[in-house]
Ligand binder design. Structure first.
Ligand code: C2E
Ligand code: MG
Ligand code: MG
Ligand code: MG
Length: 292
């Protein structure tokens, strides 16, 4: 009886596994098809000066415009893209679309601000991202000052010389280097300075602790003062409340990004924000006189 039960369990487990396999293959197939059908678009989220609310930069965030499911967020497909290697192709598409958008905004006469592009660890370690970005910037005649590359700490976990070489290649293009989700991995600030990182984006997990507990605020303060000493610009991610913004203003964190300022928006809405220039209600009123 025990043997029969064991066998039953085995079959159940086995069926479960193959379900997962089928699901994975379906997802990979769907992603491949979406790439062929050009169903990916970019939304843009502003990054503003903490003190004034002035628009400093923006982040390009990919979305899958699914014919039936609507707007699919990256959490639902980035993992599959990474597991299947399709992230290389998708990452190339994102670079292409971001550069094309910068060129379009410039042609429309908008006051263009820098756009940062997320690059996954797999894409970074592939060793071609610098050439792909250089090629897209050249074709769209994009000024490197208008481009940033967001790398996670996992990008920097590889062999030091390889990582440093790739980062140096990007730096030589003239683009800004950002570290994304800082504090969730194992990189140290001194390591980031050696790698010539320009901007540090502190993970949302740290922002949520602001004002809630003294320890969280103290930790953030320590990160700000170290980044300041190393001459690295610091950005708080995921700012959702006025209290968090106020805390960051008193800590003199350089820039903020988050729903409190703006959610990621389609390119057309971003153009409107670019014209507005100051994205805090109070600062906007203050500067109304100089706005077009
Ligand atoms: P990330 O690069 O850290 O991007 C920030 C994420 O936080 C975005 O989610 C953004 O919408 C969200 N966010 C911004 N402000 C707030 C806030 O105030 N509260 C909360 N709760 N969330 C906020 P999104 O667009 O869903 O992207 C999630 C992640 O997917 C990104 O995290 C990034 O790791 C990845 N991703 C997005 N686009 C790309 C891409 O083009 N390439 C690659 N490789 N990864 C991407
Ligand atoms: Mg990012
Ligand atoms: Mg981030
Ligand atoms: Mg984050």
């Amino acid at each position: 009886a025990a043997k029969a039960a064991g066998k039953g369990r085995y079959q159940f487990y086995h069926a479960h596994l193959s379900d997962r396999l089928v699901l994975r293959i379906n997802r990979e197939q769907a992603l491949r098809q979406a790439i062929e059908r050009d169903e990916f678009i970019l939304h843009y989220q502003p990054r503003v000066d903490t003190a004034t609310g002035r628009l400093c930069s923006m982040e390009a965030l990919v979305r899958w415009q699914h014919p039936e499911r609507g707007m699919v967020p990256p959490v639902e497909f980035i993992d599959v893209a990474e597991d299947t290697g399709l992230i290389l192709e998708l990452g190339g598409i994102v670079i292409e679309k971001a550069c094309a958008q910068i060129a379009r905004w410039k042609a429309e006469g908008l006051p263009v601000v820098p756009v940062s592009i997320n690059v996954s660890a797999l894409q970074f370690n592939d060793g071609h991202v610098t050439d792909i970005l250089a090629d897209a910037m050249r074709r769209h005649e994009v000024d490197p000052e208008l481009v940033g590359v967001e790398l996670t700490e996992s990008c920097m976990a590889g062999e030091h010389d390889t990582v440093a070489g790739e980062m140096e290649g990007l730096r030589r293009l003239g683009v800004k280097l950002l570290v994304d989700d800082f504090g969730t991995g194992y990189s140290s600030l001194s390591q980031l300075q050696r790698l010539n990182v320009d901007i540090l984006k502190v993970d949302r997990a740290f922002t949520v602790t602001l004002g809630k507990d003294a320890e969280g605020t103290a930790l953030f303060k320590a990160i700000v003062s170290m980044a300041d000493a190393l001459d690295i610009c610091i950005v708080a991610e995921g700012v959702e409340t006025a209290e968090q913004l106020q805390a960051l203003q008193s800590l003199e964190c350089d820039e903020v990004q988050g729903h409190f300022v703006s959610r990621p928006v389609p390119a057309a809405e971003m153009a409107a924000l670019m014209l507005k220039r100051f994205l805090f209600p109070s600062a906007m009123a203050q500067h109304r006189g100089i706005l077009p």
